[in-house]
Design a protein around this ligand. Structure first.
Ligand code: FMN
Length: 245
C-alpha cells in the first residue's frame, strides 16, 4: 500500500484544475477522446463513498439519437444540446444490500477483519434498512424515535430512517463522484456543466432506471466554445461560509 509521492508541484497542478473549472454552457463540436472519457468515469468510481457501498450508476449516452433525446429531457439547455458527452449520474437507495454481500465476499473468509465482518453483516442492516414504501411514515418515525431514545444516553447515527433519507445518503456519494468526473475532464483540458434542470420521469424511462434509482445530476462535457462562459466566476465572501468552532 505504497502511496505516490505528492509534492508542491502536484498541489499547483491541482490548483490549476480546480480554479479553472467552470460551468460551460456551450461546447464546440469536438469529440472527447474515448480514453479520456473512460478515465474520467474511472476517477468518478474512485470517489469516496459511504461505507464503500457504491450506490451509484453512470449512464453515458452514446448514440446521436439518444443524445438528442437526452438534451430534450434536459430542457433543451444549450449545455446539453451542444455537449460532446452526456452522462446521467444516478444514486440508488436499494442496491446497498447486494453490495453489502459483495463487500463480504470480497474478503477471503479467513482474512476478513472482525470489525469489517460485523460492520457489513450487522451494522449496515441496522443503519440502512428502511422501507421503500412507508405509508404515513410509521416505520421511519419508529426508527427515528428509537435512535433518539438511544441518543439520550450515547452518540448514535440519527438517520437514515426513510426512503428520502436514503436518497440524501446516496446523493452525497454520487455528488463526490460527479466532482471527480468534472475535475477529471478539466485536468484533460475539457469542460463540463452539471445539470439538475431535467425531467426526471423522462430520463428514468430513457435510461431504464431500476427501482430505487434516481437521477442526481446529468453532466454535459466537451470543449468550451468561444462564447461558452456566460460570466466571470464569483462567490460570496468566505466569512459567510467558513466557521471556526
Ligand atoms: C447540482 C448542480 C446542478 C446544476 N444545474 C445546472 C443546470 O441545470 N443548468 C446550468 O446551466 N447550470 C447548472 N449548474 C451549474 C451552476 O449554475 C454553477 O455551478 C454555478 O452557477 C457556479 O458557477 P461555476 O460552476 O462556473 O463556478 C448546476 C450545478 C450543480 C452543482
Amino acid at each position: 500500500m505504497n502511496r505516490p509521492n505528492i509534492t508542491a508541484t502536484t498541489a499547483s497542478q491541482f490548483k490549476k484544475v480546480v480554479e479553472s473549472r467552470r460551468s460551460v454552457r456551450k461546447f464546440t463540436d469536438e469529440a472527447i477522446p474515448e480514453d479520456v472519457v473512460q478515465q474520467c468515469l474511472d476517477w468518478g468510481l474512485a470517489a469516496p463513498n459511504s461505507s464503500n457501498l457504491q450506490m451509484w450508476n453512470f449512464y453515458r449516452v452514446t448514440s446521436p439519437a439518444g443524445k438528442k433525446a437526452m438534451a430534450v429531457n434536459c430542457m433543451n439547455q444549450s449545455a446539453a444540446k451542444t455537449a460532446a458527452e452526456l452522462i446521467v449520474c444516478t444514486g440508488s437507495t436499494r442496491n446497498w444490500k447486494k453490495h453489502t454481500r459483495m463487500m463480504l465476499s470480497y474478503w477471503p473468509q479467513e482474512r476478513i477483519p472482525k470489525l469489517v465482518k460485523t460492520y457489513y453483516e450487522k451494522l449496515t442492516f441496522i443503519n440502512y434498512s428502511t422501507p421503500p414504501v412507508d405509508p404515513f411514515g410509521v416505520v421511519g418515525n419508529a426508527k427515528k424515535t428509537l435512535r433518539d431514545v438511544v441518543g439520550l444516553v450515547q452518540p448514535i447515527a440519527r438517520w437514515p430512517n426513510t426512503e428520502e433519507d436514503m436518497k440524501a445518503w446516496a446523493s452525497k456519494s454520487v455528488a463526490l463522484a460527479c466532482e471527480n468526473i468534472m475535475l477529471g475532464f478539466r485536468a484533460h483540458g475539457y469542460d463540463t456543466c452539471a445539470m439538475e434542470g431535467f425531467d426526471e420521469a423522462r430520463i428514468r424511462k430513457q435510461c431504464k432506471l431500476k427501482k430505487g434509482e434516481f437521477v442526481v445530476m446529468v453532466i454535459a462535457a466537451g470543449r468550451c466554445a468561444e462564447n461558452g462562459l456566460y460570466h466571470d466566476q464569483f462567490r460570496f465572501e468566505r466569512e459567510r461560509f467558513i466557521h471556526e468552532i
